[in-house]
Each structure stands twice: as C-alpha cells, then as structure tokens.
Design a protein around this ligand. Sequence first.
Ligand code: FAD
Length: 373
Amino acid sequence: METEVTIIGGGVIGLGIAARLAPKVKSLVLFERHDAWGQEISSRNSEVLHSGIYYAPDSLKAAFCAKGQRMLYELAAEAGIPHRRCGKIIIASSESEEADLLRLKSCGERNGAEGLRLLTGAEVVAREPAVKAVAGLLAPDSGIINAHALMDALAARAQDAGADLIRGAEVTGLEKVSDGWKISYRDADGEDTLTSRVVINSAGLGAQAVMAMAGVDPEAAGLKLHLAKGEYFTVPSKYRNRLNSMVYPVPHKNLTGLGVHTVPDLSGSFKLGPNAFYVNTINYTVDESHAAEFYESARKYLPFLQPDDLVPAMSGIRPKLSAENEPARDFYIRHEAERGAAGFFNLAGMESPGLTSCCAIGDYIAGMVCDYL
Ligand SMILES: Cc1cc2nc3c(=O)[nH]c(=O)nc-3n(C[C@H](O)[C@H](O)[C@H](O)COP(=O)(O)OP(=O)(O)OC[C@H]3O[C@@H](n4cnc5c(N)ncnc54)[C@H](O)[C@@H]3O)c2cc1C
C-alpha cells in the first residue's frame, strides 16, 4: 500500500492536522494505536480554550493559541460541538500579585488575546460573588469544549476529505527509502507495511520513540520528553453553578503548570486542578494525600471550600521538553531534513495549549508539508 502522507497519532493534534491537510493532498493515512481517539493526553486535560495570556511572545505557543481558539469556536459552532465561552478570571489574592496581572495583560495582548480587562476586587465579586479577590484579570473569550466531540468532528472532516483513519494500529518501525518512508505497523490482523512520501510524528507521549524510529536521536537533538503529571479533584455537587467563569490564581514563576484552578464542565459543576509534578512512569492514579495542598491553594480565592470537600478525580501526563527546574520550552515542530530525515515532520513537547491550538497547528503543518511536496 502507498500513500502521500502518514500521520502517527490520533489525538487532538494528529486529528487537527488530518482535518486541515487531507483536503490538500492526494492521500492521507493516520495510525492510532488505541481503539478510540485521544485516549492518552487528549482525554486527560482541562478542556479549556485558552486565550494565549501566558506564553512567551514570538513563541509557537503564542502564535497558535489565540488563532487556534478562534478557529475552534468557529468549528464548534459549525459542527455542533458542545462548548461554553464562560470567560476566565485570574485572581490576585494579595496586593503584591496585582503587578503580575498587569504583566499578564500586556503579554496576552501582545499574543493576540482580545478583550482582556483588569477588574478591581469589587468588580470580581460582582461577577463571582463566591470568590475572594484583591483584583482580577478577565479573559472573556476563554471557554471550555468537549474534547471527545472535538476529536470526532476533526476525524469526520478528515474522512470527508478522503483520509483513511485507522484505529487499533501501532507503528513499530520507520525506514528511509528512495522516495519517502517504509512504515511497519501492527494491527489486529498482524504486521504489515505501507510506503509514504511524508511521515508526521504526532504521537504525544510516544513522540520520542517515533522520532528514534526515524533516526532522530532524542537526547542528541535535545528532544527528550520529561513527564509532568497533573491531578484533578472533584468538589461536591452542592457547588454546582456556584461559579460563572473559570477562576485561576496568578501563576508563580517557578510553577510547572498554571496553578491549581477551577475546571468547569458543561453541566455547571467544576473540578480543581491540575497540579504539576515530574514522574518517571506513566500511571494515572491520583494521590489522595494531595487533597490538602489543593485545598490550601484554592481556599485563598474560593473561601467556601471545606477541607473534606475534595475527592480524587483523574489525572493526565504532560510531555514536556523542559526537565524539572528548567525554563519552559516552546512546542517543537520541525521538518527533520537537516538531520537526514527528509519527509519526516517531527512534533514534540505538545503540552498545553495543544488542545486550543490543534487547528492552528494543523494549518501550519499543512503549509510545511505542501511546500515540501
Ligand atoms: C493535565 C493536562 C491539562 C491540560 N489542559 C489543557 C487545556 O486546558 N487546554 C489546552 O489547550 N491544552 C491542555 N493540555 C494540553 C493538551 O491536552 C495536549 O496538548 C494535547 O491533548 C496533545 O494532543 P496530542 O494529539 O499531541 O497527544 P495525544 O492525545 O496523546 O495523542 C497522541 C496519540 O498518539 C498515539 N500513538 C503514540 N505512539 C503511537 C504509535 N507508535 N503508533 C500509533 N499511535 C501512536 C497515542 O496512542 C495517542 O493517542 C493539557 C494537558 C494535560 C496533561
């Protein structure tokens, strides 16, 4: 079997690429090793459509986030994907944090976030009577989306454009051949191969193994993935509809994530999370003893919470390029021709805001691949 383009990984990013690229190429195959889309990172996250406030200006994260958010609101409206533009407020809990809000506002504006507005403590409370705040920064366009419905919609777009999306098929080897790549894969029927001019590595937590198959040494290329776990705790249903917006703390400089915040769902309930700590293995259990630190962080701005409110919910794993205590790194997206892997497009470190950015990333890769072909 032969194809022009192969994508490895059926999470939100691989599917975002498939949806944007399939209409532009002769043939496209996507391999996903699980039987359902996005069973790894894409179904274990906050499902927040970020506005682009936090990312270093001129980074890929900044370039994709605000654009990706607009693209997803459009897609959600067209495809009937459940979502809610509930807005988000970043809370300053002390006067010293007010300066951070100003810094975040100007960074967000540089990154294309629209409608950001500083709020006094009284204005925060007028919007969110259950919250305690010295001041706030409102991001009115932040929202939430159902990630599973999003992946189904992206898959449907790709299939409508002729893509062949194959679940339950794991890529096990890549070999450079004269005009592309010979791809070995294993599915329920056994082992088989396919040749493809272009291979796109969108394997999330498996990206390191896939780039090694293509001859890109992750260590030598500075692309080793470090796993940072994020846990969530639920709060009792009596707090349903207690909050209108998402409520976040000011992120502190040495924090691996954005700080424990509220994660609303589409029913009006909310979870708290995610924390962030480095781990060596992938394991999704939630450590109950972390409830105390969640409570301590969240009660600063959610004074109604009680110590025994928090119940372990779920966790996800971030594929980070930065090791513990290293500065945050940008998304890595590169055609690896210079490393002797012409036709191999490599994505690594696709952590947050990867979900928000999936269609913008799809457009970017589609441009790179079409230039190459
Ligand atoms: C705790 C947490 C919270 C987050 N919150 C947000 C948020 O609120 N907003 C936001 O924008 N982003 C958020 N993110 C980031 C976002 O979830 C990710 O950027 C995004 O889901 C990554 O998608 P992906 O397609 O790269 O990875 P995945 O969804 O993991 O997809 C990769 C796929 O590749 C498959 N695969 C791997 N190896 C192979 C192989 N050899 N053969 C075949 N298939 C293979 C895997 O099975 C997997 O399904 C969060 C992430 C975490 C962990």
